[in-house]
Design a protein around this ligand. Sequence first.
Ligand code: IPD
Ligand code: CA
Ligand code: CA
Length: 267
Amino acid sequence: MSRHTPSMAVMVAAARKAARGLQRDFGEVENLQVSLKGPANFVTAADRKAEKVIFQELSKARPGYGFLMEEGGVVEGADKSHRWIIDPLDGTTNFLHGIPMFSISIALEREGQIVAGLVYNPISDEMFIAEKGQGAFLNDRRIRVAVRRELAQAVVGTGIPHIGRPGHQRFTAELGVVMNEVAGVRRMGSAALDLAWVAAGRLDAYWEANLAAWDVAAGIILVREAGGFVTDLNGRDTMLDSGGIIAGNETLHRQLADVLKKAHKPA
Ligand code: IPD
Ligand code: CA
Ligand code: CA
């Protein structure tokens, strides 16, 4: 069993409250799918509503903490040492298409260090949580990264850039080398869940470029507390700024980092 700190209890309560709205709205999206108008505006509203709920809940429980949110941006707090990092709906494209693979992601930073992370899939009701030094948990069960040591047996998650996003050539080069080395590549559509799934040993490793801090902040502590390694694409600890990420157990993390380097060697 996990022993939550009061801060984690606050995060779980906020996520569950926002999730109730997302569950309802996801049901509605499935209906709107067949209407001519389509669900796009509806989804934007669902996203904002979820963020507002989380913002209100966390502000009530921890007055003064700052915020970094995907929709609302930066909200400075009186307490400069604490900040919430929030993506109220990670996997918007899936949500919009009625694909039940999206998440709420909430991280807590203390003095610039991530000390707690939560990733919740409201459809599968899977709650991934981790606090510094306390291990990582899925619905109160301890989770660990996979133990595979060969890329050839590894299933590796990633994110594929799409229209309007940078990094198409880079990704094509990376996939070109990675797919030759691994047992399978998956694109699930929620970076936060990808990291949570690495923590749970479902994905053996994961890499992606051009992410935002709110996509990865909670997932990073989940992977680390599950015994895994996370760096940016240059092997540094600056994932929140650089937007690149590689995660896995120590061996696969290193191997994947080496393979990705090959993709960027000048021909
Ligand atoms: C996206 C998801 C996706 C990743 C994108 C992100 P959003 O977040 O995490 O998996 O590949 O780069 O922007 O827009 O659904 O919150
Ligand atoms: Ca996101
Ligand atoms: Ca989002």
